[in-house]
Design a protein around this ligand. Structure first.
Ligand code: ADP
Ligand code: MG
Length: 156
């Protein structure tokens, strides 16, 4: 398990870090995003989505649980489960449209999904660190076929 911690000083740096992470992702990957409101989860997804070729504006889902965006080679799914307590009383297929082959899925507030997201590849945790600073911790949960960390790069 590889852990990497960075600190960003403004939203653009968080977007750039999202883009950097996106470079290591493959279709089918799931990225979990934890952290309180305003910590920059959606901002990071925006940067990642841009890097994956999404040209539509990336915004927080306000109706329903997510958005799907067309990227260059993949569909980029952006889920926000904030309003869900659990999936217990939901349609069992609720997440199905957003996950799976051909898609890279970013999931804010993944706790509600319980074990459905156990196969996630990255867990990103963002935290306020004073003013516009954000501390971002990335835990790599999946290995590359070669067994090497996919997102390795010395912490900065
Ligand atoms: P979340 O999805 O975690 O609720 P958002 O990405 O929607 O958070 O919002 C983060 C807010 O904080 C935005 O208004 C953004 O401009 C601001 N912000 C300030 N500094 C940063 C930073 N270093 N990284 C990310 N967002 C930042
Ligand atoms: Mg958000």
């Amino acid at each position: 398990m590889t852990v990497r911690i960075v600190e960003t000083l403004d939203p653009r740096e968080t977007e750039a870090f999202g883009a950097e992470l996106a470079a290591g992702l493959n279709a089918g990957d799931v990225v979990l995003l934890a952290g309180e409101l305003g910590s920059g989860k959606t901002t990071l997804v925006r940067g990642a989505a841009r890097a994956l070729g999404v040209s539509d504006p990336v915004t927080s889902p306000t109706f329903g649980i997510g958005h799907r965006y067309r990227g260059a080679d993949v569909t980029v799914s952006h889920l926000d489960l904030y309003r869900l307590e659990s999936l217990e009383h939901e349609d069992p297929e609720l997440l199905a449209d957003y996950l799976g082959s051909g898609q890279i899925a970013f999931v804010e507030w993944p706790e509600a999904a319980g074990s459905e997201l156990d196969n996630a590849c990255l867990r990103v945790t963002l935290a306020h660190a004073g003013g516009d600073r954000r501390r971002i911790e990335v835990v790599e949960l999946c290995a590359s076929p070669s067994g090497k960390p996919r997102f390795a790069r010395a912490s900065r």
